[in-house]
Design a protein around this ligand. Structure first.
Ligand code: HEC
Ligand code: HEC
Length: 189
């Protein structure tokens, strides 16, 4: 009898832990999506149009990059006006409002499969958990990327009165770890 009760207690504990994993995984995802859907990230994370955006920079919430800038397949504007003409590839203070942001890397758009602008939570979630729509990255590489990328860092500290993405790169990295450990749940699972 005592043995059976112990087993029952273990079973109950097990399902409680699973339920908790699911909640923390879902909560972590909501925080990840709040960042991944933020204009400081989605203005670069655009698709095959190659048109970066100027959403939430003082010209309204939906606005493409001024001056008809197009990144084309090169993702750096090689066929027209290269990004580096204005976004100099060296660390800058980014403290002049409406000046071109600069970071210590060649300013460029991510690969087309990392297009998140205008996508729902479920769409971005499914892209991020599948290596084939994810630049081949697994969760450990995603975590590493957000901890080290100067682009991600820019999104949290854009300067010059621009709205930063919510939280910090470190919080995003920890949320990705929690979401990964919970099996990368999406809201429609
Ligand atoms: C200046 C444009 C730019 C901005 C702004 C930007 N990114 Fe990116 N992002 C890139 C590029 C380019 C890559 C491709 C990897 C590389 O070349 O470093 C990338 C890749 C990624 C990846 C890796 C995905 C993968 O599987 O390869 C993640 C995650 C990511 N970005 C998150 C973010 C988040 C979160 C923000 C906002 C806080 C953000 N990015 C802002 C350009 C940008
Ligand atoms: C002629 C100069 C010029 C060129 C060339 C240029 N940009 Fe920009 N870009 C700017 C300026 C200026 C801003 C700042 C707008 C503001 O804050 O009001 C900006 C802002 C941005 C932003 C918004 C950043 C944010 O925090 O939301 C993105 C994304 C961007 N540029 C991507 C690109 C890409 C990709 C290229 C190359 C394909 C490029 N730009 C080429 C001048 C330029």
């Amino acid at each position: 009898m005592r043995f059976q009760l112990t087993l029952l207690a273990f079973a109950a504990l097990g399902s409680a832990v699973n339920a908790q994993d699911a909640t923390t995984g879902a909560t972590a995802w909501r925080e990840i999506y709040a960042v991944a859907s933020h204009p400081r990230c989605t203005n670069c994370h655009v698709g095959s149009s190659g048109r970066p955006a100027w959403d939430d920079l003082g010209y309204g919430l939906k606005r493409l990059h001024g001056m008809n800038i197009t990144a084309d397949d090169s993702r750096i504007g090689a066929l027209s006006v290269p990004c580096r003409t204005c976004h100099i590839g060296a660390a800058g203070k980014n403290d002049v409002p409406h000046a071109a942001p600069q970071v210590d890397d060649a300013w460029r758009l991510p690969p087309v499969e990392l297009a998140w602008r205008g996508k729902t939570s479920v769409e971005v979630c499914e892209l991020l958990r599948a290596p084939e729509t994810n630049d081949g990255f697994d969760i450990a590489q995603l975590v590493e990327h957000v901890r080290t990328s100067v682009f991600v860092s820019y999104g949290f500290t854009p300067g010059a009165g621009r709205n930063p993405a919510p939280g910090s790169a470190e919080e995003l990295a920890r949320n990705l770890e929690v979401w990964g450990a919970a099996g990368m749940p999406c809201e429609d699972d």
